[in-house]
Structure formats: C-alpha cells, structure tokens
Design a protein around this ligand. Structure first.
Ligand SMILES: NC(=O)c1ccc[n+]([C@@H]2O[C@H](COP(=O)([O-])OP(=O)(O)OC[C@H]3O[C@@H](n4cnc5c(N)ncnc54)[C@H](O)[C@@H]3O)[C@@H](O)[C@H]2O)c1
Length: 303
C-alpha cells in the first residue's frame, strides 16, 4: 500500500534527535526518501559528530526505508546547499525541506554575550534561510513545486525572559515564512511554520513546568501533513503542535488606529492614546511576576 508521502524526497535538518528524528521516522515509514541533515552537536552547538545523523539513517534503512546522512552545519551557506544537493544528487529532486535544527544559549539579556546572540540567530534563523534558499531554487523549477516547513516557538509572539536570542530567532523565522509564502506562491512552493512543545533534551532545560507537553512523535504528523499534497492550499501559516492538540496562530495585524489633523505631537499622543488605541498588554508579563514569586519560594513555577 502506498504511504502518505510515497516517493517524496524530504530533507530534515536536526533530523538526528528529538522532533526532527521523530519526523524523519514517520515520513520514512510513509514512503518518503529522507535526507537526515544533522551536525550532531551538544545543545549549545559545540562538539559536532556525524554519528547522530548516521544512526537515524541506519534506523530508517533497517526498517526498509531509504535515507542518506549529511552532517553539516546548516548555519553556513555551504551547509544549506549541501543539504539540498544531497537530496538532488541522490534522488533527482527535493519535495520537502523541514528546518528543525536548533541550539540554546540561555542568559538574561544584560549578561548575554555577542557570541551567545550570534550563534543562536545563526543556527535557527540563518539555518532556516540557507536551506529555504537552496531548496526553493530547485523547487520553483521542478514539476510539483515543493513544501518548506520551519520550526518556530510560541516565544516568537509571547517573548521569553532568559532567551532573547532564541525568541528573536523564532520571530525572524516566522517573518521569513510569511515572506517565503508570499514570494514563492506563484512557483507552487508553500512555506509554513510549526510551533511545537515536546519532551526532548531542549525542553528538559526549561526551568518551569510546561502547562502543555507531549512527545516528539505527537509533532511529526503535522509536519507530514504540511509536506503532503493534501496541504496544497496551506501556506503562510503557523501551527502549534503539542500532545493531542493542534492550533493555528492568528495573522498579526493592526487592531486599533487614531488620526490627527496634520502631524501628531507627543503631548497630543499622551492625551489621545490611552482612550483611543491603548495598550495590548504582553500576555506573559503578569505570569512572569508569579513565576518569580514561585521561584523565590523554592517552587518549580508553571508556565
Ligand atoms: N522541544 C520543545 O519543546 C520545543 C519547543 C519550541 C520549539 N522547539 C523547536 O523545535 C526544534 C527541535 O527541537 P528539539 O527539542 O527536537 O531539539 P534537540 O536538541 O533534541 O534536536 C536538535 C537537533 O539539531 C541539531 N543541530 C543543532 N545545530 C545544528 C546545526 N548548526 N546544523 C545542523 N544540525 C544542528 C542537533 O545536533 C540536534 O540533533 C528546534 O528548532 C526548537 O527550537 C522545540
């Protein structure tokens, strides 16, 4: 019986562990041919090894599937190109590119070093750009177009107290997805983002009890759907996937506006703003206060 993704060629960055691995195993079981692109690094991005990608390829092949490994750093242009050329050289095309690779360097903003900021932006945001760029250049010219899937996080909209670098990268990824969806629509190439929550080594590091959690295997089906022809009309979306819940995020837009004759002055803004357009309070601002109190009392706070 043909699989849900039969014969599609799909490259998955970060496919060696966690959510990327679970996605790769499901897509392979559904008939896709898989590039496992994983640099095999520790959570902070150091100590690369090719063993991590090789192991998942062996798992897929042992189960009767088709896969190749590429142990490159997707934060470099060469790395992104190697991911895509590995698919094209092996199977002649690339139908899906899933950018899951990521690292964490947590620190309060006022203590964060330049390297901690740059490395996180490079792996997440540039690492999505390098693969999207190389993949879309092939997809736009091939029969059937293609599907790009990025990994963001709820922090793209909600913020994060000690992960300004990570939240900024995830915000950038979401904007990249909107722009990719707009620019590539005429070529039959779609772009969407998944905001997951799942028990992996990355989420184990979060110093709070997560209100919702699940396993990497709970996230994989949403990616498989986005890669499939059934999602031909789905582009420019952000979907949460956690446990047995899937949710769609709103498209950010202006909510309220005010106008004046001529040009605004600061004094006139001071008078008009509170009553006319007001403030949209950050949803987590009050929560952060509760979390600080819980931490001070020696408890593990809830998010
Ligand atoms: N786990 C969660 O709850 C959660 C929540 C929100 C967002 N996310 C996002 O989901 C994605 C997957 O997270 P995970 O929890 O499975 O993480 P993970 O640490 O289990 O896996 C990440 C993989 O990416 C690889 N990688 C890191 N840097 C790389 C690079 N430069 N080039 C190639 N590969 C590289 C690592 O070797 C690792 O195998 C990430 O983008 C993460 O930010 C996860």
């Amino acid at each position: 019986m043909a699989g849900y993704l039969q014969d599609k060629v799909v490259a998955i960055t970060g496919g060696g562990r966690g959510i990327g691995r679970a996605t790769a195993l499901l897509c392979a079981a559904e008939g896709a041919r898989i590039v496992i692109a994983d640099y095999g690094v520790a959570m902070d991005g150091t100590e690369p090894t090719s063993a991590v990608a090789d192991e998942v390829v062996a798992e897929i092949v042992d189960a009767g599937g088709e896969a190749v490994a590429v142990a490159v750093d997707v934060g470099s242009m060469d790395g992104g190109e190697a991911v895509v050329s590995s698919a094209v050289d092996t199977w002649g095309r690339i139908d899906g590119a899933v950018c899951v690779a990521g690292i964490l360097r947590e620190r309060m903003l006022f203590n964060m070093t330049e390297d901690e900021f740059d490395d996180v932006i490079r792996v997440h945001l540039k690492g999505t750009f390098t693969v999207f760029r190389a993949a879309s250049a092939v997809m736009r010219k091939q029969e059937g177009g293609g599907s790009l899937v990025a990994f963001t996080s709820g922090v793209f909209a909600l913020g994060s107290t000690s992960q300004a670098n990570y939240a900024a990268a995830k915000g950038g990824i979401t904007s990249l997805v909107y722009s990719a969806a707009l620019g590539l629509d005429r070529y039959g190439v779609r772009a969407n983002a998944v905001a997951p929550v799942a028990r992996t080594r990355m989420s184990a590091n979060v110093p709070t009890e997560l209100a919702e959690n699940g396993d990497p295997e709970d996230v994989a089906p949403m990616v498989a759907y986005l890669l499939s022809d059934a999602a031909a009309d789905v582009t420019g979306q952000v979907y949460t996937a956690v446990g047995n819940k899937i949710a769609v995020w709103s498209q950010p837009r202006e909510e309220r506006a005010m106008w004046t004759e001529g040009r605004w002055t600061p004094q006139a803004i001071e008078v008009c703003l509170p009553g006319q357009i007001g403030v949209n309070r950050l949803p987590l601002l009050d929560k952060v206060k509760e979390m600080r109190a819980a931490a001070a009392a020696g408890e593990r706070p809830n998010t």
